[in-house]
Design a protein around this ligand. Structure first.
Ligand code: NAD
Length: 308
């Protein structure tokens, strides 16, 4: 039987996620939104692209959660996005209300699914979905690190004029200004980038990575990034559906790992059929540890506001 993936929110990130999913023929896709007509229109449009793409994924747009029943994975992108001058945290209360609406309906129809949360502020929304769903922690995973690392990799590849395929990079911590790009663990064909570029260039790239979301919001003016975010969510879906045991940076509920208890923070994770299969604990320097802690503290502040 084909796998089924529901994408909640048929806006920029949601519709583009649906696009990547069916163009890679990873699953049948259901796209659901509160706006009548939009998911139906985008879903049909995508379905009609499948003969050209030579893919047999079925795509359905709907406003009815019954159509999402028994999904293997549900990607939650519902919510408002940033406009220029807004931080991700400004979205907290609005998106928490949306999360309350969405999670209940999702789990009533797909009690065995794995949730991938994309809505911002990411770590707090993932924590909200975890608490609201009462799922075990392996089944609630937040997308941020794959995107932040992809931005870091892009800038490293451009700086050194090398293939993006040669670049691996790690960004830990919360999805926000306190994210922790780990230069020491970032390499080009196995060579640490700290040996390949001067410190001032590396610092500039780290800062551009931290500001990566804002850089795009500033250009777009009416919304935030969606091609790379949806590609990142799709990579996570693929790792789970294909049981790839892939190590990706994801926001997950830490229960003592890295000395952090009861908070969603971005760390290296192994993704496979069961969702989160292992948290990889790497040795951090005192400085990196302090940065991760600062990042966790800012997630804790948001959690306090919404009380989850
Ligand atoms: P968008 O405005 O284009 O789309 C959001 C969609 O959610 C809209 O179509 C809206 O109708 C829908 N929606 C609202 N309430 C809903 C509900 N109760 N049920 C179902 N659908 C509902 O925004 P976007 O650019 O697609 O961004 C979506 C979210 O993803 C935002 O919160 C954004 O900040 C976040 N985001 C996160 C990352 C990340 O790295 N984690 C990256 C990019 C965007």
């Amino acid at each position: 039987m084909r796998k089924k993936v529901t994408v909640v929110g048929a806006g920029n990130v949601g519709a583009t996620t649906a696009h990547w999913l069916c163009s890679k023929e990873l699953a049948d896709v259901v796209l659901i939104d509160v706006i009548e007509g939009v998911p139906q229109g985008k879903g049909l449009d995508l379905l009609e692209a499948m003969p050209i793409e030579k893919r047999d994924s079925h795509v359905l747009g709907t406003n009815d959660y019954a159509d999402t029943a028994n999904s293997d994975i549900v990607v939650i992108t519902a919510g408002v996005a940033r406009k220029p001058g807004m931080s991700r945290d400004d979205l907290l209360n609005t998106n928490f209300k949306i999360m309350q609406d969405v999670v209940g309906k999702v789990i009533a129809n797909s009690p065995n699914c794995i949730l991938i949360v994309v809505s911002n502020p990411l770590d707090a929304m993932a924590q909200a979905a975890f608490k609201l769903s009462k799922f075990s922690r392996n089944r609630v995973i937040g997308m941020a690190g794959v995107l932040d690392s992809a931005r870091f990799r892009t800038f490293i590849a451009e700086e050194l004029n090398v293939s993006v395929e040669n670049v691996t990079a790690f960004v830990l911590g919360g999805h926000g200004d306190t994210m922790v790009p780990l230069a020491r663990y970032s390499t080009v064909a196995g060579i640490p980038i700290t040996e390949l570029m001067p410190k001032d260039r590396l610092d500039a790239i780290v800062q551009r990575t931290r500001d990566g979301g804002a850089e795009i919001v500033k250009y777009l003016k009416t919304g935030s990034a969606y091609y790379a975010p949806s590609a990142a969510a799709t990579e996570m879906v693929e790792a789970i559906l294909k049981d790839k045991k892939k190590i990706l940076p994801c926001a997950v509920h830490l229960e003592g790992e890295y000395g952090i208890h009861g908070l969603f923070v971005g760390v290296p994770c192994k993704l496979g059929t069961n969702g989160l299969e292992k948290i990889i604990e790497i040795k951090l320097t005192a400085e990196e540890n302090a940065a991760l802690r600062k990042s966790a503290d800012s997630v804790a502040e948001l959690i306090k506001v919404i009380g989850v």
